[in-house]
Write a protein that binds this ligand. Structure first.
Ligand code: TYD
Length: 228
């Protein structure tokens, strides 16, 4: 059947952004939101843990209170459940571009690889929270992975701000988290877009917008605009 309606909604697009603390995601996410808006898309800009009033409360707990890794995993997945139901799924149904600062790969990297929590249990929680009819998972259409050596990230973060619970972890923790991301990327090469976050801000912007242009999601003119 051919859809001849000129007003047919564009399908939603779900993009997450990942990397160890200090990898420099934030400015690029804001730049991409501008780029998508410039080509007429509605953008939902959000983050995890967080994105709803309840999930933001859980974020405050997770980032400040000491707790065992299972409690931490349950809280981030509880936050994710609320975020998916209240924000992400409705936005995708409207046809928005959802730009999400971290998603489930962060749980596998931080709670799994970083804290040493069982990835099999995380996969069960992932299925509970992101499971869809037909047995598939709600996953980002693409995950932009800001890959940076843990030592470089530590230098960038040093003295930059008051560190939260994770940012104050030793560099060895971030080496494990970085390996966790590398493993996730190797397992799902079609979803992951690796950018070399050690390059200049402009080069990083070019890498990530180039990948989105190649996927047909961003127009070249919009991607080339300054502001990334
Ligand atoms: P981050 O996204 O870096 O935000 P900010 O730039 O405000 O510091 O911080 C979120 C922290 O939460 C980060 O250290 C990673 C951690 N985190 C987890 O441990 N597990 C998760 O599932 C998610 C989404 C984040």
């Amino acid at each position: 059947m051919t859809d001849t309606s000129a007003t047919a909604a564009r399908p939603g697009l779900f993009i997450s952004f990942e990397g160890i603390d200090g990898a420099g995601k934030s400015t690029h996410i804001a730049g991409l939101a501008d780029a998508f808006r410039a080509q007429g898309r509605q953008v939902t800009l959000t983050r995890e843990p967080g994105g709803t009033p309840l999930a933001e409360q859980l974020r405050t707990l997770v980032l400040s209170a000491p707790m065992d890794p299972l409690t931490e995993a349950l809280l981030v997945f509880a936050a994710r459940r609320d975020h998916l139901a209240q924000v992400i799924e409705p936005a995708l149904a409207r046809g928005d571009v959802v730009l999400c600062d971290r998603f489930t790969d962060a749980t596998f990297a931080y709670q799994g690889a970083g804290r040493g929590f069982d990835p099999g249990t995380l996969a069960v929680l992932e299925q509970w929270v992101q499971g869809r009819e037909g047995g598939t998972l709600r996953q980002p259409d693409a995950t932009i992975w800001f890959d940076l050596p843990a030592e470089t990230a530590a230098e960038r973060l040093a003295g930059a701000r008051v560190p939260d619970k994770f940012e104050s972890q030793p560099v060895e923790f971030f080496r494990r988290v970085a390996r966790g991301y590398a493993d996730r990327a190797a397992a799902e090469p079609g979803r992951f877009v690796r950018v070399d976050a050690a390059r200049t801000r402009h080069e990083v912007w070019q890498q990530l917008t180039g990948a989105l242009v190649r996927r047909g999601w961003l127009a070249i003119m919009v991607a080339a605009r300054p502001g990334g």
